[in-house]
Ligand binder design. Sequence first.
Ligand code: GZL
Length: 305
Amino acid sequence: AGGGAPGAGGNGGGSDLITVGFAQTGSESGWRAANTESMKKAFSEENGFKLTFNAADNKQEAQISAVRNFINQGVDAIVIAPITVDGWDDVLKEAKDAGIPVILEDRTVSASDDLYASWVGLDFEQEGRTAGEWVKENFDGKGANLVVLEGTTGSSAALDRATGFDEAIKGTDVKVMDSQTGDFTRDGGKKVMEGYLQKYGKDINVLFAHNDDMGLGALDAIKAAGLTPGKDIQIVTIDAVKDGMTALANGEFNFIVECNPLLGEKAAALVKDVVDGKTVEKRTIVEDQSFTQEQAAEVLDSRPY
Ligand code: GZL
C-alpha cells in the first residue's frame, strides 16, 4: 500500500489522484461499449482519478481474479459491473479486510450488501415488466406464440428482466414457446434464433430479446428464413442503443425499453464520497424510458449513445 489514508489501501504515495480498479464484464454489446466509455470519461485524471481498467471477456472467474489483482495493487477503491449475481462473497470479503471500498455499477450481486459500499444501476425488473406490458397490450387474446432470447445466464439483468416480463404477461393467452440464452451478444442471438426458426418457423409471432444486440443478431436469422422482421415476427428488446433504435425507426423492431448505460458520473461521485468517508445511499436507480417506432424516428439523431 502506498501513501493512502490508513486502512484505505494505498494510492502509490505522492499523487493525490484516487486510484480505482474497474472490473468491467467485457465487450459483449453496444450497451457495454457505451457504459465503458461513460466510466472511462468519468474516472479521468482531470476528474481526480487514476483508473486501471479490466474487461473480463464475459467470464466470471476472470472478473473475480481482476478484482483480486486490484486488492493486491492496494487501490483506493474498486468498481465492479458483476457479470453474474453469484460467486462474489469471498473476494468482496477480501476487499473489505483490505479496507478497500467496493462500488457496484450496472448489475447486482447476491452477496449481502454490507460487502459493498453502494450500487448504481437500473431497475431491470421494471424494464422486463414494460416489455411484457407492451406484449400484453398488443397480443393478448390473439393466441400469439412468443420466443425469448435471454441475457447472460445468472446475471441480474437477465434474471430480473425475466421476472418482470413473466409477471406482466401472466394471465394472457400469449404462449412462450421457448426461452434460451444468447449471452447478450449478436452472434448468440443469431444462433439461438436460427434454432427457433428451424423448430417453430412461421408459428413464431413475437420475439422478446433481453437486449438490442441479440435482437439485431436475430434479424439476420429472420431475414435468412425469408420472413420480414417487424411484421411476420414482431420484436421487443431492451437497451435502446443506436443500432437498436435504428432498427426500430426503420420498422424491423417494434418496441424498445431503454436501459441507460451512462452510469460513469454517478459511480465516480459515489467513489469520491466513499473514499472521503461520507455515508452514501446503498442503492441508486437511474431512470429509463421506452420507445415506439415513431418515437425512435423522432429522437434517433439526438441520442447520446
Ligand atoms: C444492463 C446490462 C446488460 C445490457 C446488455 O444494465 O447489464 O448487459 O442490457 C449488456 O446489452 O450486455
